[in-house]
Design a protein around this ligand. Structure first.
Ligand code: B12
Ligand code: SF4
Length: 525
């Protein structure tokens, strides 16, 4: 008998064990209740990854394909998962819905649980519920699939739920240091090791591409990675980003508090890598510098070998120095993901990114000298992007080829062209017209910007393909290419079907030839 079972469900890449249930378990137990966490993501991955079914199952979740075989497998899985959960005789079952890509599966799991036990109560939480524009969580509640939904940070609300005082308010925690560290004790952390071994045994080349990010070859040779949630929200307000609307205030844990968790988990589990889930690890520069100093001192003193990855904002290069990057490296920071977004300063300025090409040049040079690797995040087809702006991005990639060659830039994420969310400054811009799909829903990929009418959806896709070919020629690796192109292809198909007047549009997302390196393949299988 347990008060609550909290489970993670696909679709999540398994670069590390899911953070949310581990944090919620720690908070719930500190408040005097019992909690058990189950990770169905890793179970599902172990069973299907590297089999011929993997892509179909993944497509069923992401592209919502009408595939009876995939549906039947998911139905069987969710029934087994329901048995596994119910074996704990919980009062509550919490399902962590990581993104909208888990909605279909959430529904199946709720149905499976309901069918087997009509007494147990179900609560849904996670970013796939909190930030969902279609309010799927509320719809599921209205349909009786669940009994409660928790939006925003879950730590305080889930305790209130168990105390029967929860009143459905969207919560954001104030003092992050006051909450306990993640508790991974229910997970078999060995399950998250040896991914490289499994990859080597795989039957097809494409699965690691479709799953993308978490399984890229150069990340998989780590023994164990754990997530760390250092801050929530963001200090910037980029025009295309919904993070500031989801987290109106940026909050960070103190450097000491973060370092204590890193050191504690390292000493307990011999963690080889930590990944910060933060929108920006250097949002608060003072705190970040302090963290870096504490970790650099610890690593030196104990000869500790853990490394760290996370998302990092490029800042004014003149306010930083090579010594600073050497210290970041000494603290263990090994890969920084940074949203450069465009090679055009005009585009970046419109986005609100607040750094120049010179700042990026300085950053690349310093990272290279400090032995830190970079992942560049790019957006193709931003509303104001002209042909010249696009050319600037192409030129930037050419300029950075030496950093690909010396191993500094390990990946360029080209994305799925600009997607405009309504809860962003771009979404509120009267010059942005978002089209509707055949079911009358807003199609956030298919938009027009009145001030740049030649940037049609077709032109955005064209640019995405042109830059992909350019990046591949230069040797950039983009492991999520296949997935991004396939999503665009689906969008394009639905756009074509609706645009009767455009019946002669050619399919700009058609398959291309494969590169030998699986991580560089761009073919849609
Ligand atoms: C790290 C990250 C990733 C990583 C790692 C993913 C992974 N497997 O762990 C990568 C880069 C791979 C990734 C990819 C994607 N991501 Co992402 N990602 C994030 C990020 C930055 C942090 C997530 C995180 O771990 N946070 C820390 C944990 C603790 O927070 P949490 O899961 O939200 O949990 C808290 C609450 O939600 C709640 N809660 C969670 N579960 C439960 C369960 C119960 C029962 C309760 C009561 C409460 C509760 O309590 C927790 C503690 O407060 C967030 C943005 C952000 N800053 O949060 C986006 C975010 C989650 N990602 C998002 C999206 C859309 C994606 C992609 C679909 C993007 C794409 N188009 O490919 C893919 C999907 C990949 C996948 N299937 O794994 C969106 C989700 C929006 C939505 N409504 O669907 C977010 C919010 C970003 C955004 N700007 O909108 N992502
Ligand atoms: S894009 Fe990154 S830096 Fe900009 S607001 Fe969003 S999370 Fe912050």
């Amino acid at each position: 008998m347990t008060d609550i079972v909290i489970c993670s469900i696909p679709r999540m890449s398994i670069y590390y064990p899911p953070a949310a249930p581990a944090l919620l378990k720690a908070s719930v137990e500190k408040a005097g209740f019992s909690a058990t966490t189950i990770d169905f993501v890793v179970q599902f991955h172990h069973k299907y990854f590297a089999t011929n079914l993997w892509d179909r199952l993944d497509r069923w979740m992401v592209l919502e394909t009408d595939d009876p075989e995939a549906y039947n497998i998911i139905r069987q899985e969710t029934q087994q998962w329901a048995d596994q959960i119910l074996a704990y005789s919980p009062k509550w079952i919490g399902i962590s819905v990581f993104t909208f890509e888990s909605h279909r599966l959430t529904k199946m799991l709720c149905l499976a649980i309901r069918k087997k036990n009509s007494e147990v109560r179900i609560v849904l939480g996670g970013a796939g519920i909190s930030g969902d524009l279609n309010n799927v969580g509320s719809q599921y509640k209205d349909l009786g699939l669940c009994d409660a939904i928790i939006s925003g940070d879950g730590e305080r609300s889930i305790i209130e739920l168990l105390q029967n005082t929860y009143n459905e308010t969207f919560d954001r925690l104030e003092d992050l240091d006051a909450w306990p560290y993640a508790d991974f004790s229910d997970y078999n952390l060995d399950d998250y090791k040896a991914i490289k071994e499994r990859n080597n045994q795989s039957e097809s080349d494409s699965k690691s591409l479709w799953q993308g990010y978490g399984n890229a070859w150069y990340r998989s040779d780590e023994i164990l990675t754990l997530p760390i949630v250092g801050s929530r929200g963001c200090v910037r307000r980029c025009s295309f980003c919904d993070i500031p609307s989801l987290w109106p205030k940026y909050k960070t844990r103190s450097a000491r508090n973060i370092a204590d968790e890193v050191i504690g988990q390292y000493e307990r589990y011999n963690v080889q890598r930590f990944h910060f889930t933060d929108s920006l690890i250097n949002g608060n520069q003072k705190n970040f510098r302090e963290l870096v100093q504490i970790l650099a001192d610890y690593r030196k003193e104990k000869d500790a070998d853990f490394t760290i990855t996370g998302q990092y904002i490029t800042r004014n290069g003149d306010s930083e120095s090579q010594e600073y990057y050497d210290l970041i490296s000494a603290a263990g920071f090994k890969i920084l993901e940074t949203g450069i977004e465009s090679g055009s300063e005009a585009v970046r300025w419109h986005m609100g990114k607040k750094f120049t090409n010179r700042d990026v040049d300085m950053l690349m040079e310093r990272l290279s000298k400090a032995g830190i690797k970079a992942i560049l995040l790019l957006i193709i087809g931003y509303p104001t992007e002209t042909q010249q702006d696009f050319q600037d991005t192409i030129d930037m990639l050419s300029r950075y080829k030496p950093y690909v060659d010396d191993g500094t830039i390990i990946e360029a994420v080209l994305g799925g062209t600009q997607h405009i969310q309504p809860n962003t400054p771009l979404g509120r811009d009267p010059n942005v017209i978002i089209e509707k799909d055949s079911e009358g829903r807003l199609d956030f990929f298919n938009w027009q910007y009145k001030l740049n009418p030649s940037l049609t959806f077709k032109e955005r896709i064209r640019r995405r393909i042109v830059i992909m070919e350019h990046a591949q020629k230069l040797g950039f690796i983009s492991p999520t290419n296949n997935q991004e192109i396939e999503i665009l292809k689906k969008r394009w198909e639905s756009f074509k079907n609706e645009s009767k007047s455009q019946s002669k549009i050619t399919d700009v997302t058609e398959s291309r030839t494969q590169s030998k390196n699986p991580s560089q393949q761009k073919t849609i299988a």
